[in-house]
Design a protein around this ligand. Structure first.
Ligand SMILES: [Zn+2]
Length: 205
């Protein structure tokens, strides 16, 4: 396989990228400035080296020698009684950017697929979530907010998790709420604007 074909194959693995776009990316790099290509390549090489997964919320953050947790989880000023569950880092960024939420987060890292699957809890970070909830319970956790996309997969994941956590909610005395209908059907959290997120949070039930 030649370099163009090899790189095209690699770009095809990117989310939402088809074969034609992947090929265009490869040709774009051929015609781009050498300095651009070289900084892109350095950036890709250092991405994993310089990034860690937060031991609490499981989001990616710029690695620090001193802390195992991200800036949000280490911020003592945030409200530890609230825990919002999102599917991806991108959703969390959208939520955080809206500037209306002061609580904590957890990133599931995916969705429970609609088709039946063995051990669906392993498709999301349910084990990590349970551990975190037990720890946060000691800090007064009182509410878990599901902020999953209003898509069939998002709703399926929310109902799976509500079941999965129901016993724990009873034992540790926290409630489970869902974002209000401000997020219209089919809206992905990632694309929601600040005002929509603010209303969805205010109207949670
Ligand atoms: Zn964190």
């Amino acid at each position: 396989m030649d370099s163009i074909a090899k790189l095209t194959e690699m770009f095809r693995k990117f989310p939402g990228i088809g074969p034609r776009q992947a090929r265009r990316f490869a040709y774009f790099l051929l015609s781009a400035d050498s300095s651009y290509v070289s900084s892109l390549s350095t950036g890709i090489n250092s991405l994993k080296k310089e990034t860690s997964v937060c031991s609490d919320c499981r989001r990616y953050f710029a690695k620090s020698d001193s802390r195992p947790t991200c800036a949000i989880c280490s911020d003592t000023g945030r409200d530890k009684t609230l825990l919002t569950i999102v599917s991806t880092d991108v959703d969390m960024d959208a939520f955080e950017k809206s500037g209306v939420y002061e609580g904590m987060y957890f990133v599931l890292g995916g969705y429970v697929p609609l088709i039946e699957t063995d051990e669906p809890e392993k498709r999301i970070r349910a084990g990590h979530l349970t551990d975190l909830i037990k720890r946060r319970s000691k800090d007064g956790l009182s509410e878990i907010i599901f902020a999953l996309s209003a898509t069939p997969e998002g709703e399926h994941t929310a109902s799976f998790l509500a079941d999965y956590l129901s016993k724990l909610a009873e034992d540790l005395n926290f409630k489970i709420t869902h974002l209000g209908k401000g997020l219209s059907t089919g809206t992905e959290l990632e694309y929601a604007d600040s005002e929509t997120i603010k209303n969805a949070l205010k109207n949670r039930e």
